[in-house]
Design a protein around this ligand. Structure first.
Ligand code: C2E
Ligand code: MG
Ligand code: MG
Ligand code: MG
Length: 293
């Protein structure tokens, strides 16, 4: 082999590359088998309206229930699916699970207005995406307004024209609510925001953390909220970890909040349990509020 003459450092490097490639393809086939067996399913994290405290929606966040390793977070397997172009299978599973969960919550009399799923650039490039989603919504008998789509800011930053922008606009026209995810971490120009239909800015956790302790951080967030307001976009803060942060978000005029400080992502039945208790808390608080007046 030609490599036999190469310096040993290069030989070691190419050996490492080969090992990495083997590990990646092993992971990929394991993920695909897990998908087929239904071991990969979303958990759900609630989002609250900051003014009423009511649940405004839930976000579907995928988890791999690994028989040996336990719960595997998406960071460990999304890249493998992404790079092989197999994300469509994942999003199909996530969508079905989400619509089934929504149907069950409705049947239990819970008020969960909407479930949001995360779509990557791979799915957003699929010319059949909108038809597929519409077909599934129809099959479940849901209006598109019950489904939210989260798109990373970096995805629209790189593609303000073309198929991705067209798919997003078609989904918006269908009635899906479009959230720009991790806003503030990409480089969206205001021009790109005008070309792609977006309803809400989902403000990245890095702008939300410690707003109750840092004046600089607070000013930064206020600026982002001001921008959203001028553009006529709603806002949701992600990564709300403390009650101090939550309270300040309401004061600063952020519309919705999501984070470990409110609730962690959880399986669909637990989310139902949580929503029921949360509704009782709100009713209780409203009664107290009236009593004080
Ligand atoms: P994301 O869409 O920005 O989701 C928010 C992430 O932050 C989730 O991590 C969530 O568990 C975590 N999080 C929520 N509240 C807090 C908090 O208060 N503090 C901290 N430190 N973290 C919080 P997760 O579930 O590990 O997901 C990571 C990313 O993976 C997601 O980021 C999303 O981009 C991607 N992802 C998840 N599910 C899917 C999916 O079904 N399809 C695609 N394409 N991507 C997905
Ligand atoms: Mg998201
Ligand atoms: Mg984020
Ligand atoms: Mg996010």
């Amino acid at each position: 082999e030609a490599m036999d003459n190469a310096p040993s450092a290069i030989r070691a490097w190419s050996e490492g590359m080969r090992a990495e490639r083997r590990a990646r393809s092993a992971l990929l086939s394991e993920v695909e088998a897990a998908l087929a067996k239904g071991q990969i399913q979303p958990w759900y994290q609630p989002q609250l309206c900051t003014s009423t405290g009511e649940i405004s929606g839930v976000e579907a966040l995928v988890r791999w229930m690994h028989p040996q390793q336990g719960i595997v977070p998406p960071a460990r397997f999304l890249d493998a699916l992404h790079d092989s172009g197999r994300l469509d299978q994942l999003s199909e599973a996530v969508l079905h699970h989400s619509l089934t969960a929504l149907r069950n919550w409705d049947a239990e009399g819970l008020h969960i207005p909407r479930v949001s799923i995360n779509l990557s650039d791979v799915e957003l490039r699929n010319p059949r995406l909108v038809d597929r989603l519409k077909w599934d919504l129809d099959r479940f008998g849901f209006p598109a307004s019950r489904l939210g789509i989260e798109v990373l800011e970096t995805v629209i930053a790189e593609s303000s024209v073309g198929i991705i922008a067209r798919n997003i606009s078609d989904l918006a026209r269908l009635g899906c609510r479009i959230d720009l995810d991790d806003f503030g971490t990409g480089h969206t120009s205001i021009g790109a925001l005008r070309k792609v239909t977006v309803h809400r800015l989902k403000i990245d956790r890095s702008f939300v953390t410690r707003i109750d302790r840092s004046e600089d951080q607070r000013r930064m967030l206020a600026a982002v909220l001001g921008l959203a307001d001028r553009l006529g976009l709603e806002t949701v803060a992600e990564g709300v970890e403390s009650s101090g942060e939550h309270a300040l978000l309401a004061q600063l005029g952020c519309d919705h909040a999501q984070g470990f400080g409110i609730a962690r992502p959880m399986p669909a039945p637990q989310l139902a349990e949580w929503a029921r208790e949360h509704a009782l808390h709100i009713a209780e608080a409203q009664k107290l509020g009236r009593g004080n007046r």
